[in-house]
Design a protein around this ligand. Structure first.
Ligand SMILES: *Cc1c(COP(=O)(O)O)cnc(C)c1O
Length: 392
């Protein structure tokens, strides 16, 4: 056993099931462990290393920022924050945004906006937020409440009240709920449930949500923490569905592996939070902002997002040629592989042994490769996976 693992396990709470691998460095789509074993990474730190490991342009921008100004309190302005906010609003069509450090924080902001919007307009009593069964929205006590999975509603009672869950893709149940419950102020969705198993919402269901919410002045919040920032071959997954949520949250891939979560608001919600109503010490950290600017420049460069979509098709086609693969769900480079007989966690462990890092989500294998992955590395990675899936 590696001394790193010993030291770590003796001193860090055991909240994760970890593989016995100590990752030490990386370059592009390759990660390298303590013993210099190389891995092709099809998980990119759960979709955070959107440009792969230590992308040159990203690393230069981040290092330059560290050497210029690493942090200020939010009582001051910084140039990188302003630039990033301007670009994020331009690319998403949103009016303004709030800077936090994680997905859960971004969602907390969205939840506050929804409740305050309704309070301002309708007074107290309209505070309930609808989320979908099998959703995942974070690990704070409030975002656990929002998360529509019973396994997460344990131990930490009392959870924040004011959340109800409705099944994904069940238009009748949604219509009934929004008709009967007059306390609802927002519906929060993932267009593609990530942790819930890479389940893509039906277009009909999404259209229904936006239609009914529009009629009733109920806000639609899109949690694009996993699906956003180019992952699906458009900057936001909402573009794929042709809809414009009132509030959108991004995190994971936004800063290329540095902590950042943002909450973007459309016209309707742009002025809901005023001075002193929300904050975050590290929110909008200049170093993270510099990383995010490099990610944004790359992701919005000519042809980049079409490439992401193409790579998604390419991987899907290749996977479907493997007899053990039952089907592939998802959009772009956010993929869930349904297996016929093999167990996802066992395949994940074997893949790591054979130099390929992948993820799981529920019963599926999950792939979130870096958006910059090359076709050569895609082929190499799929070859490793294929060999494992074809073992008797
Ligand atoms: C990962 C994730 C979160 C939580 O993000 P953290 O940065 O871990 O707080 C929330 N929503 C979705 C859809 C996610 O994938």
């Amino acid at each position: 056993m590696s001394s790193t693992i010993d030291k770590f396990d003796s001193h860090v709470m055991h909240t994760y099931g970890r593989l016995p691998i100590v990752l030490d460095k990386g370059k592009g789509e390759y990660a390298c462990d303590e013993d210099n074993k190389e891995y092709i990474d099809f998980g990119s730190g759960i979709g955070t290393n959107s440009l792969g490991y230590c992308n040159e342009k990203w690393a230069d921008a981040v290092c330059a920022q560290v050497r210029s100004i690493q942090h200020t309190s939010n009582y001051f302005y910084t140039k990188v924050q302003a630039e990033l906010a301007e670009k994020l609003c331009a690319v998403t069509g949103c009016k303004n945004m709030f800077f936090g450090n994680s997905g859960a924080e971004a969602n907390e902001c969205a939840i506050k906006i929804a409740r305050k919007y309704s309070f301002d307009k309708y007074g107290q009593g309209r505070q309930t937020i609808v989320t979908l069964v099998n959703s995942f929205h974070g690990r704070t006590v409030t975002t656990l409440s929002a998360t529509g999975q019973d396994v997460f509603h344990n131990y930490f009672f009392p959870f924040t009240p004011g959340f109800v869950h409705t099944p994904a893709n069940d238009c009748a149940a949604l219509e009934k709920l929004l008709d009967e419950d007059k306390t609802i102020c927002a519906v929060m969705i993932e267009f593609i449930q990530g942790e819930g198993g890479i389940n893509v919402l039906n277009k009909d269901f999404v259209d229904d949500i936006f239609r009914i919410c529009g009629e009733k002045d109920i806000l639609v919040i899109a949690d694009e923490i996993q699906s956003g920032v180019g992952r699906t071959g458009t900057f936001l997954a909402s573009e794929r569905f042709g809809v414009k949520p009132d509030v959108t949250t991004l995190a994971k891939g936004i800063a290329g592996g540095l902590p950042m979560g943002v909450c973007l608001a459309g016209e309707k919600c742009a002025d809901v939070l005023g001075k002193g109503m929300h904050g975050s010490t590290f929110g909008g950290n200049p170093v993270s902002c510099a990383g995010a600017l490099a990610v944004l420049d790359t992701v919005t460069s000519a042809g980049f997002l079409d490439e992401v979509a193409q790579k998604g098709y390419y991987i899907t086609t290749k996977l479907l040629e493997i007899p053990e693969v039952e089907g592939v769900d998802g959009i772009g480079l956010m993929m869930g592989i349904r297996l016929k007989t093999k167990k996802a966690p066992e395949v994940l462990a074997k893949a790591a042994e054979n130099g390929l890092l992948i993820l799981t989500a529920k019963d599926k294998l999950r792939l979130l490769p870096p958006l910059t992955i090359s076709y050569e590395e895609i082929d190499k990675g799929i070859e490793i996976l294929k060999n494992i899936l074809e073992e008797q």
